[in-house]
Design a protein around this ligand. Structure first.
Ligand code: AHG
Ligand code: MN
Ligand code: MN
Ligand code: MN
Length: 352
């Protein structure tokens, strides 16, 4: 059985993270600190976590690992102890649960999270992650991804990273080191409307990447302008059998010498793109291989991070951030990344 999430050694958030959050509304800063603390605790837990299944399924029909449940418990524990969190729900526990008695209806923040993204590759000891979206008020339902006030993901690899999209201004406050700016590659904008849309998100949010170092979060770099490198992550490749446009896209990628970079985990694949200065994570569907990724727990938060980093997100019709979240169980197809590469995916996204 998975160990119950109990008190762990306190994790110092670190002066650089504290400084980055100084400009935020105090309640929101405390929510982000809770997220950072939960990620640090999960990171330590994963080192000794059993690989075994829990013998249960979640509301999406996924077989749960002990690690899914343990990470879920850790995050709920941290969110419960944060008075600014009004409610929370997760991929593993998708009822929207009230968290703090101190919030009046409509006040505080609602957090939606995927505690462990990539549980199907956990057994192979690949990098996995956690995903967080933060909405104003007591529920994300009825809101869109664009309504998020912050989003984050973590990557548990050789090092533990925390990538935060927080309202801009935080970057200016985040002193203490000279972060590397990942804006070297030129981004060719092909769609004026898209540029305007994602431009506003990239201006409204900063994307800060922290690395956990000796139990402290150290600012590593700031992602400001996603480039257009040809790193392509063709997710749900089985959809190509029933989606001719996706088959053609795969063929074009191969003949054009793109680098195929699919690990089987959305978080590490998307982070690979940010780390390398561009690319695309493309997850279309077919009649027999439907959309898998959850709008609330996976697509909307990661889309906010990618758009804030100067990229785009798309479901074939428009930005993922414009989809209204009506149901915690909603799923979506998704393409995320550099504008030109995402534009190449649109026929595949609209196919089948
Ligand atoms: P989760 O582990 O949270 O259930 O989600 C995993 C997701 C995502 O990370 C990945 O892109 C996708 O599942 C892979 O699905 P398949 O292995 O079914 O292709
Ligand atoms: Mn799952
Ligand atoms: Mn996931
Ligand atoms: Mn998960």
């Amino acid at each position: 059985m998975a160990a119950t999430a109990t008190a762990a050694a306190p994790v110092a958030v670190g002066a650089e993270l504290e400084k980055a959050l100084e400009g935020l509304e105090s309640g929101l800063a405390s929510v982000v600190q809770s997220i950072a603390s939960s990620v640090a605790e999960i990171s330590a837990s994963l080192r000794t976590m059993e690989f075994d299944e829990a013998g249960s399924t979640n509301s999406f029909g996924d077989d749960q690992l002990q690690a899914d449940i343990h990470a879920d418990e850790i995050i709920f524990k941290h969110l419960r102890s944060c008075p600014a969190v009004a409610s929370a729900s997760s991929e593993e526990q998708s009822d929207i649960l009230p968290m703090s008695q101190q919030q009046q209806p409509g006040q505080g923040y609602s957090v939606a999270f995927d505690p462990l993204d990539g549980s199907s590759i956990f057994d192979a000891n690949f990098a996995v992650g956690s995903i967080f979206g933060v909405w104003p008020g007591s529920t994300p339902l009825g809101q869109t991804g664009r309504d998020q006030v912050a989003a984050a993901y973590s990557v548990y690899g050789p090092r533990t990273l925390l990538v935060l999209a927080v309202p801009s201004g935080s970057r200016a406050a985040a002193g203490g080191s000279q972060p590397q700016h990942c804006d070297a590659a030129q981004q060719q904008q092909q769609d004026g409307q898209q540029q305007q849309q994602h431009g506003s998100i990239s201006e409204a949010f900063d994307v800060l990447e922290f690395v956990l170092s000796d139990r402290r979060w150290r600012l590593r770099r700031v992602h400001t302008k996603l480039g257009d490198k040809n790193n392509v992550a063709p997710a749900n490749i089985r959809a190509a059998a029933g989606n001719e446009a996706y088959q053609q896209l795969l063929h074009a990628w191969i003949t054009n010498g793109c680098k195929l970079r699919y690990s089987g985990g959305m978080v590490p694949d998307v982070h690979h793109m940010l780390a390398k200065g561009g690319g695309v994570f493309c997850n279309p569907k077919s009649a027999t291989a439907p959309a898998k990724l959850r709008l609330l727990y996976e697509c909307a938060p990661v889309a906010l991070v990618v758009e804030a980093a100067g990229g785009v997100s798309h479901d074939g019709q428009g930005s993922i951030l414009d989809l209204v979240i009506n149901d915690t169980g909603a799923r979506s197809i998704i393409a995320l990344g550099s504008a030109p590469q995402v534009a190449q995916c649109l026929d595949a996204m609209r196919g089948a």
